[in-house]
Design a protein around this ligand. Structure first.
Ligand SMILES: [Zn+2]
Length: 364
């Protein structure tokens, strides 16, 4: 979705740039698009014409007259011609599949409960994608799957402790099976994309996902930080207290043992009268852990995604207070923002759709 100038592929970038300006629901004339992008009128007319033919954009009626000349025809994203299929594997005990339109809105949704608690077989994933492909019918343009794990640039699941997978070439398998452009992304990256383009996100942002474990994703000037092993954001098993509780990984005091939804719910269940203290401590520990990367990268925007019973105001307030207290902020107006991602259970699905859009809009 995010457009960067790349001289080797100017046409693909122009298509992405124009699509992004109209995403999700803006209506602009060709003259508006030229004004906002600096593209020439000839280029904008050529590229938008091509995208209308491809079913990506459509013409609406005329816009308001601007005083001179005739009013321009407004363009918008076409929500009728094409569909996407996305599957989210990030949630415990359930796989979610959706047919979506080009505004990343869900048209049809199906859930499959995992009989074996957690275990997800590759065949079950391909079968759910197949079911959604049938539901989508003609006009299906691409497929996306959001996976909790370390994902290579070519869509291979290098490892996913949650799914019990390693070296699964998922994108290639999807493209082989369904003959459509396919994208496989880390679930926290997908959620951050949704926050960026459908929520309140900025172009540089750190997302913390509180779920079974704790994961993170970092966007810098609209580029994801991937890391040498594609594992940037894997912060859950960083030790924050070497005298802390034993973690499932064998170490003591990993971030996950204090901040994951599973650990917090467990603690609250055992000591329900100290719920506020437990959540405040978790927020403070998270703030402590995030102060260094936040200052290192000069980020101002931290978004926390997680179930509201744990990732609520109590935890966020403590995290915000700690991050700001520990960071040098005399050059920052307003300090570091720490906020909740408000996109609900479908954030990863919708972000995954944005990733597929980036792929298909750039192709012809
Ligand atoms: Zn650990």
């Amino acid at each position: 979705m995010y457009a960067k100038s790349n001289p080797s592929d100017a046409r693909a970038n122009n298509r992405r740039l124009l699509f992004q300006l109209l995403f999700p629901g803006r209506q602009l004339s060709r003259a508006d698009l030229c004004k906002e992008t600096g593209l020439s009128r000839a280029t904008a007319t050529d590229v938008t014409g091509e995208m209308i033919d491809d079913g990506l954009l459509r013409e609406l009626g005329s816009g308001p007259r601007d005083g001179r000349g005739k009013p321009g025809i407004l363009l918008a994203i076409d929500t009728n011609a094409l569909r996407l299929v996305c599957v989210d594997l990030s949630r415990p005990y359930v796989m979610t599949g959706a047919v979506m339109d080009l505004r990343a809105r869900i048209v049809e949704r199906r859930e499959r409960v995992l009989d074996d608690g957690d275990r997800v077989d590759l065949d079950d994933v391909l079968s759910l994608v197949g079911q959604m492909v049938q539901l989508a019918g003609p006009g299906l343009a691409g497929i996306g799957v959001a996976v909790p794990g370390v994902i290579s640039g070519s869509g291979t699941v290098i490892s996913s402790a949650h799914l019990g997978w390693s070296d699964v070439e998922l994108r290639d398998l999807l493209e082989e099976e369904f003959s459509l452009p396919s994208c496989v992304n880390n679930d926290a990256n997908a959620t951050l994309l949704a926050d960026r383009f459908l929520g309140h996100g900025s172009s540089s942002c750190l997302l913390v996902q509180i779920a079974r474990g704790v994961g993170a994703s970092v966007l810098l000037n609209d580029e994801f930080v991937a890391g040498d092993d594609h594992a940037a954001g894997e912060i859950g098993h960083v030790v924050i207290d070497s005298d802390g509780p034993i973690c499932a990984c064998g170490k003591r005091g990993c971030l996950e043992t204090y901040v994951s939804a599973v650990a917090l719910r467990d603690r609250i269940r055992k000591d329900p009268h100290h719920r506020t203290e437990t959540l405040t401590e978790a927020g403070t520990r998270l703030g402590n852990a995030l102060a260094m990367p936040t200052s290192l990268l000069n980020l101002r925007d931290i978004v926390v995604y997680g179930p509201p019973d744990v990732a609520g105001e109590t935890l966020l307030d403590a995290c915000r207070e700690t991050v700001n207290a520990l960071s040098r902020n005399d050059y920052q107006s307003g300090g570091i923002r720490v906020r909740r991602c408000e996109l609900g259970d479908d954030a990863a699905l919708r972000g995954q759709a944005i990733s597929v859009l980036h792929e298909i809009v750039g192709r012809r």
